[in-house]
Design a protein around this ligand. Structure first.
Ligand code: SAM
Length: 299
């Protein structure tokens, strides 16, 4: 089968099947072999690996994955791409194409069936409109994962990798860094895709932590505190948490807990590290446990 990373071959396939791109599915197909090589190298796939690909398109990256993995499952929502994938992947007996919405699949079950207890690798040029739900869904549903290597919007990659105090730092940085170590492997300009997206892109590797880097007594509470801290970015952390509809700790409890972190009471949430958010939520969880009349944490 001709290398689909070559734009001419991609165009030939699209014309043969009279395929029309669907914007609603975030369809921007990769047409640069160098970028494809970089993704495969960054994903670090070997003959023993099972790989889940999200959104194979016409199968360009799938071909590369089939060449180096033990087995690939490629999940594609657009039924018009299925007959194309049957042709472009016909040489490979280590791939299964599933016509489904990735957000509706039980990926933990798929991983168990295909890879037993061993963690899987996920590789994708993601549809940008659902980047965050896909990545957070993979982490939060406790799918056994070793590494996620994905093409995302450059701005989103920067947010995932950001450190406290930077303009890109926010709830997404903390959520991703709680589960994984992020590393941008390549920046990718719009001309590497067909059609060209309006924004720049980046390949980011998320290597899953074996153990979370912080100890948290109530994960749900920590993520609620993080969410509320960044929902009201211009406010101090104390005011943000005090006005948060999802949390109802008293003003005194909030101030006391912030001071217990060893930071000024008027600190802003955007300066706090993951360790400090974990400590804050542990302190608040402790206080609310011993002082149950003063608190209500809504579901
Ligand atoms: N992997 C191909 C490539 O690199 O050329 C295509 C990448 S394109 C950015 C995103 C792909 O994800 C499209 O094929 C699109 O149809 C598919 N897609 C969009 N939403 C999806 C969903 N919810 N579940 C599975 N696939 C989806």
């Amino acid at each position: 089968m001709a290398d689909l990373g070559n734009p001419r071959n991609t165009i030939a396939v699209l014309q043969k099947y009279q395929f029309h791109f669907q914007k609603k599915f975030g369809q921007n197909f990769l047409i640069d072999p160098h970028v494809l090589d970089k993704i495969i190298a960054a994903a670090d796939i070997g003959r023993e690996d099972f790989v889940l690909e999200i959104g194979p398109g016409i199968g360009t990256m799938t071909q590369y994955l089939c060449e180096c993995a033990r087995e690939v499952v490629a999940v594609e929502i657009d039924k018009n791409l299925i007959p194309i994938l049957e042709t472009t992947l016909k040489e490979y007996d280590n791939v299964e194409v599933v016509n489904s919405d990735i957000l509706k699949m039980d990926i933990a079950k798929l991983a168990r069936e295909k890879n037993g207890q061993k963690p899987i690798k996920v590789v994708a040029n993601l549809p940008y409109y659902i980047t965050t739900p896909i990545i957070m869904g993979l982490f939060e549903s406790h799918v056994p994962i070793e590494k996620i290597t994905v093409m995302v919007q450059k701005e989103v990659a920067d947010r995932m990798q950001a450190s406290p105090g930077s303009k890109d730092y926010g709830a997404l940085s903390l959520a991703v860094q709680y589960y994984a170590a992020p590393e941008i492997a390549a920046n990718v300009p719009p001309n590497c895709f067909m059609p060209r997206p309006a924004v720049g892109s980046a390949v980011i590797c998320l290597t899953r932590h074996k153990e979370p880097p912080v100890k948290v007594t109530d994960e749900k509470l920590m993520f609620a505190i993080i969410r509320e801290s960044f929902n009201q970015r211009r406010k101090t952390l104390a005011n943000g948490l005090n006005n948060a509809p999802d949390l109802c700790f008293s003003k005194e409890m909030i101030q006391e807990s912030i001071l217990a972190l060893g930071v000024p009471v008027n600190v802003r949430g955007e300066t706090l590290s993951l360790e400090q958010f974990a400590e804050l939520s542990n302190i608040l969880a402790d206080i609310s446990f011993t002082n149950i009349d003063n608190v209500c944490v809504q579901e």
